[in-house]
Design a protein around this ligand. Structure first.
Ligand code: PBG
Length: 325
């Protein structure tokens, strides 16, 4: 009998050997915590479909930001949840310096300074009464170029409020170059752009809609990408790089690891991946039923995203993982 010459099992024999040869190590500094801040509430509110995640008040988000900095996380990504009566067709409360997102950015930046990276979601869907990521034309379609003008105002106000990084997530064509020019014109040369480059029209955003009290009827398939398209993810990332993106992102993460690996192989800038609300909710629900080992599936899911090529991972488990690492 021919004995095998090469025995990969040798390096799996003990925890110390496995530790020695481990290819992927997740570090707190590469994790970013997405956080929701809601106008008009006095106490943090749980989000039913995201167990363990809260809608924060302006006070409680300050404390959350301090936890992020103290845990050595890479950053905090803020989403605003306005009062329903402040929503309108153009999402104007998103551009208002007194709107909930800009107030939260200012509060968080005041609290943590440069101790962590303060990021803003630059998108209209939380602020429009129709729930779309842009303004609509006369036929009710999202008007790309009219939306860019609003994103430019929004990004400048977010930078004014203290965001280190703006994150355009609306999948309008040309959004990165438009925002870059607007930031530069306003003197915000150092505000970075994390481009949601390959963002798919995903059903895994479901729980996020509850988290932000979304008003959306219908879907986003006329601007977010078709989940069937891999090559197009690389096209979107390449366009954003040409437009001056400082970082590019793939979203969702776990079901799009092929797209993530393609983008990571081609990108000269850091690559982020967003482990979205549905990815979180699924594992939490299965774990709550005792069907999966919660701690292990969380670690495995994030490790797999890093293994596929993400330098940065946005995940609702960021604080918990940092505590374990
Ligand atoms: C758009 C935005 C969405 C998410 C992040 N930014 C929702 C959407 O595009 O429909 C989803 C994040 C998640 O599901 O965790 N502002």
């Amino acid at each position: 009998m021919d004995l095998p010459l090469i025995r990969p099992r040798r390096l799996r024999a003990t925890p110390a050997l496995r530790n020695l040869v481990r290819e992927t190590r997740v570090q707190p500094g590469q994790l970013v915590l997405p956080v929701f801040v809601r106008d008009g509430i006095d106490e943090p509110r749980p989000i039913t479909s995201l167990p363990g995640v809260m809608q924060h008040t302006l006070d409680s988000v300050r404390r959350e930001a301090v936890r992020v900095a103290e845990a050595g996380l890479g950053g905090i990504m803020l989403f605003g949840v306005p009062l329903d009566e402040h929503k309108d067709a153009s999402g104007s409360v998103g551009c208002d310096p007194d709107g909930i997102l800009n107030r939260a950015l200012a509060a968080v930046r005041d609290e943590v300074g440069d101790d962590t990276v303060v990021m803003a979601d630059t998108c209209l869907d939380e602020f429009t009464d129709h729930g779309h990521c842009g303004v609509l034309d006369a036929d009710g379609r999202v008007d790309n170029d009219a939306t860019l003008e609003v994103y430019c105002r929004m990004a400048v106000e977010q930078a004014n409020a203290g965001a280190h990084v703006v994150g355009p997530s609306g999948m309008m064509d040309g959004q990165v170059s438009a925002i870059r020019a607007a930031l530069d014109d306003a003197g915000h040369l150092d505000t970075a752009i994390l481009a949601y480059s390959a963002k798919y029209a995903s059903a895994f955003f479901g729980p996020f809609r509850e988290a932000v009290g979304s008003s959306l009827q219908g879907d986003r398939r006329a601007y977010q990408q078709d989940p069937a398209n891999r090559r197009e993810g690389l096209l979107e990332a390449t366009l954003d790089l040409d437009e001056g993106a400082d970082m590019v992102m793939v979203k969702p993460a776990g079901y799009y690891l092929d797209v993530l690996a393609d983008v990571a192989a081609a990108s000269p800038v850091p690559v982020a991946a967003y482990q979205v609300s549905g990815e979180y909710a699924m594992l939490e629900a299965a774990a709550a039923n005792g069907w999966l080992d919660r701690d292990r599936v969380i670690a495995e899911s994030v490790t797999s995203i890093v293994r596929a090529g993400a330098d940065i991972v946005l995940t609702y488990w960021a604080l918990e993982l940092a505590g374990r690492l």
